[in-house]
Each structure stands twice: as structure tokens, then as C-alpha cells.
Write a protein that binds this ligand. Structure first.
Ligand code: HAM
Length: 437
């Protein structure tokens, strides 16, 4: 037997994979800090109840859930949103507004593993609480763009598709759909891109035939791709709710234009998002070539904090996934090369020279330099070969002869030049040689 395998959809991160993932996290963290978001963390195991009737049927069906030894029904978190709502809700009164938080963590969904979809995956979540105005959407969409542009991706590589669930509901209401029918239509729209007309099957099963003229109007609305088209489509309806939504749309698109980000954003009412809690703007990030699953998704969810038992607190946020982001970076040749080289390799003459070498190695490491040496006694000549193989910039040579003179030899491994320096000067010499690296 080949030993135990990891579970389907769960990955191991060998050092090279780990460093690629770290690179992704580093860019996300940098972006979040630049936008003034504060980092938090939360438990991976939560009460099952937190996701019931909140995240939506699809996520509920994918939960990794079980009963723990204390007879509690628990689930591995499939997403961060209900948890961060609970955290912010519990302290809402004490937190300075606007509350801008981010986190990076692992999430678990029992999905059919496929390209870009796993059962354990990492997300970066960013959310703003306490801001009812569309300024929060501008801030978050701009952050999402930076979270991808930070890798060197451009508007030719990805786009943010912006839509609006409230707008859909108000529009469907104006077309005389009741609430249950409207929800069913939105489910169909969510699936329309993949399934075409088949997507309306569950609507007709639940609510009877969908009149041709109504279906045509739904499909026409779904195909809207610009603010001008949207304004024209809403013209015939003298609805205050629809006009207010249109004003918000202008605010978001003009705000992003002022930031120079228009080319990253497209109006796309075909996006409605599968999660149950979204109330207003929703958005997803996609690779332009379109052969990957969504890179990121988010939107406004003004009712969720209240729904889980806290104050009425408006919220907007998004999550970006590390799996699809990593695939896109690979496709575009933007994955950094894996460098695992020490700064310094210490070549040690023998047992007698170890004490002096160890003292310096330890001091250099404490100062933050990455120093390696052969753990066991290795022939002197072989150590030089090892030193070059590691990719180190400098070799420090602790030979018996040199130590007797109170010096250490420093070899620059890039040009093989060597010089002797008094042991007391090792630290300063290394600093000068490596500064600016
Ligand atoms: P979501 O659309 O379910 O939204 O997930 C966001 C992103 O996480 C996806 O676009 C995808 O990149 C990644 N993702 C989701 N499931 C998987 C999977 N099985 N394997 C790999 N990657 C995956 C949410 O989770 C919302 N809670 C986002 C949010 C935050 N809304 C408001 N605040």
C-alpha cells in the first residue's frame, strides 16, 4: 500500500506550493492595508445553525457538518460572512465606523472537485459594516481590483461584473411578479448563462408557465451591459425605488471612473449571485478569457447582522479565492520563481572551528540574515560546492589558519572574489555586502 492519501479536494502545500500561496496572501494583505482594512481571524468550526437558512440552499447542501462529542451540531465554515457578522454584531457599539475588516483563511465545502473548485480552499474576505451609502461599494470594488492588479494583472486579464439584486426585485415587482416568483426568477437567472432556457424549468414547475412577453422582458433586462441601456430600460417605470437605485448606480460607476478603474468594471445584470443574503449591488470578478470559475464574488447584505440576532447594521463585502487566482497567475506567467537561497553559507574547517563559527552564525541569524551551514562535518572542498548549490550570495570561511590569525575569509559567490576580514568586522562587512539585495 502506498500509505495514506489526503482526502479528495484537500491539498498539501509542499514548500514550493506554499511559497506561491504566500505570494498571493502577501499581495492581498498589502492591498487591504493600503485601503485601511484591519485584519481579524475566527474559528474554523462553527455551530451548524449559523449557516442554516442564511447562506442559502447551495452552501447548506455542501456543508461539512457533524455532531461533536458534546452533542453539538457543528460545521466547518464554508464562508466567513455569517461569522464576521456575529463578531461585528457583538461589538458593534464599541467599534469605530466605518468598520473595515479583512481576513485570510481556509474554508470547506463538499463540492465536486474540479478545475478551480476544491473542498478546502483559501479566501481573502473584505467587508465594510455600518455604511449604508454606495461609497462602501466603491471602496470594496476598488480594493478587489487592487487585489488582482497587485499581481500585474490588467483590465485585459479580468473584469468585475456589477449587478444589483434590489434592482432586479424592484423591476420584477414592476412586472407584477410576487416575491416568491421573483426569487425563483433570480435563481433561473443565476443559472441562465450555463443552462440557457432550461434554467426556467424550476420556475414553471413551481409557478406555472411564464408568459412569453414577461420572459422576453426578463431576458432583455438580463442582457443589459451599460448604464445607458439600464437608464433606457427603466425610463417607462415611474418608480421612486428604481430611480433611487439608478442614482446609486451612477454614484458607483462615476466613483470608480474617477479612480481610473472604469476599464475593469462592466455592467452585467446577468450576475445575481447564488448566496441568499445579498440585498443590493452584487459583483463577481472573472477572467476575461472566461475559462476559469469566478475569481471573486460579493455584494451588499444589509439584513444578515440582524438576522443572526444583532443590531440592524448595513454591510457590503466580497471574497476572492486563492485557487482560481493561482490558476490565472499561472496561465498569464505571473507566478514568481521559487527562490530558496540563504544569504550566507558558512564553510567550517572542522570540529575545532565550529565554536567560533557557531557564535557568528547565531549572531548573524539574530540580526535577520538567513545563514546555513553543513549540520555534519563535510570535507572542506565539498562545502564550497554545497555553498554554490544553495544559491547563497556569500560564503563565510572558518578555517583553522584564518581563525589562528583572528580573521574570517569572505567569498562573494557570484564572482568568487575573496578577502580576509578581522572576526570583529564580520558583521559590518556582511551588512555592507548584502545591503541593497
Ligand atoms: P462565494 O462566491 O461563494 O462568496 O466565494 C467567493 C470566491 O471563493 C469564489 O469566487 C471562488 O474564487 C472561491 N471559492 C468558492 N468556493 C470554492 C471552492 N469550492 N474551491 C475553490 N474556491 C472557491 C462567498 O463566499 C461570500 N461569503 C463572499 C462575501 C464576503 N460576500 C460578502 N462578504
Amino acid at each position: 500500500m502506498a500509505g495514506f492519501q489526503s482526502l479528495p479536494g484537500f491539498r498539501e502545500f509542499f514548500p514550493e506550493d506554499f511559497s506561491r500561496r504566500q505570494h498571493i496572501f502577501r499581495i492581498w494583505r498589502q492591498a487591504a492595508r493600503a485601503y485601511g482594512f484591519q485584519e481579524y481571524d475566527a474559528p474554523v468550526l462553527e455551530p451548524l445553525e449559523l449557516y442554516k437558512a442564511k447562506s442559502g440552499d447551495e452552501i447548506e447542501a455542501q456543508l461539512f457538518s457533524f455532531t461533536d462529542k458534546g452533542d453539538r451540531d457543528v460545521a466547518l465554515r464554508p464562508e466567513m460572512t455569517p461569522t464576521v457578522c456575529r463578531m461585528v454584531g457583538a461589538k458593534a457599539g464599541a467599534l469605530k465606523r466605518p468598520i473595515k475588516w479583512f481576513s485570510i483563511g481556509e474554508f470547506y465545502r463538499y463540492e465536486r472537485a474540479q478545475k478551480g473548485r476544491l473542498r478546502a480552499f483559501n479566501q481573502f474576505n473584505a467587508d465594510i459594516f455600518g455604511e449604508v451609502g454606495a461609497e462602501a461599494e466603491i471602496e470594496l470594488i476598488a480594493l478587489l481590483i487592487q487585489c488582482l492588479a497587485g499581481f500585474g494583472l490588467t483590465q485585459d486579464d479580468f473584469s468585475i461584473r456589477l449587478s444589483d439584486r434590489d434592482l432586479w426585485f424592484f423591476y420584477l415587482e414592476a412586472l407584477a411578479f410576487d416575491d416568491a416568483q421573483a426569487r425563483s426568477i433570480l435563481t433561473a437567472i443565476d443559472r441562465y448563462e450555463k443552462m440557457g432556457d432550461e434554467a426556467f424549468k424550476s420556475y414553471t414547475e413551481a409557478h406555472g408557465a411564464l408568459a412569453d412577453d414577461k420572459k422576453a422582458r426578463v431576458l432583455a433586462f438580463l442582457k443589459i451591459r451599460s448604464l445607458a441601456e439600464l437608464t433606457a430600460a427603466l425610463q417607462p417605470f415611474a418608480s421612486e425605488k428604481l430611480s433611487a437605485r439608478l442614482a446609486d448606480w451612477r454614484k458607483v460607476l462615476h466613483g470608480l471612473a474617477a479612480m481610473g478603474l472604469s476599464d475593469f468594471v462592466s455592467v452585467d445584470l446577468g450576475v445575481v449571485r447564488g448566496l441568499a443574503y445579498y440585498t443590493g449591488f452584487v459583483f463577481e470578478a472573472f477572467d476575461r478569457k472566461g475559462d476559469l470559475r469566478a475569481l471573486a464574488g460579493g455584494g451588499r447584505y444589509n439584513d444578515l447582522v440582524k438576522k443572526i440576532g444583532y443590531a440592524d447594521l448595513p454591510a457590503v463585502g466580497f471574497a476572492i479565492g486563492a485557487v482560481t487566482t493561482g490558476l490565472l497567475l499561472e496561465q498569464r506567467g505571473l507566478t514568481p520563481t521559487f527562490v530558496n537561497a540563504p544569504d550566507i553559507y558558512a564553510v567550517i574547517g572542522g570540529e575545532a572551528e565550529r565554536a567560533a563559527a557557531f557564535a557568528d552564525i547565531c549572531a548573524l541569524r539574530a540580526a535577520g540574515w538567513r545563514v546555513e551551514y553543513p549540520l555534519k562535518d563535510v570535507a572542506f572542498g565539498k562545502q564550497f560546492k554545497l555553498a554554490s548549490e544553495t544559491g547563497a550570495k556569500l560564503a563565510l570561511i572558518y578555517g583553522g589558519e584564518e581563525l589562528a590569525k583572528g580573521v574570517v575569509k569572505i567569498r562573494d559567490l557570484s564572482d568568487r572574489s575573496e578577502r580576509e576580514v578581522p572576526r570583529t568586522d564580520v558583521f559590518a562587512t556582511v551588512r555592507d555586502a548584502l545591503s541593497g539585495q
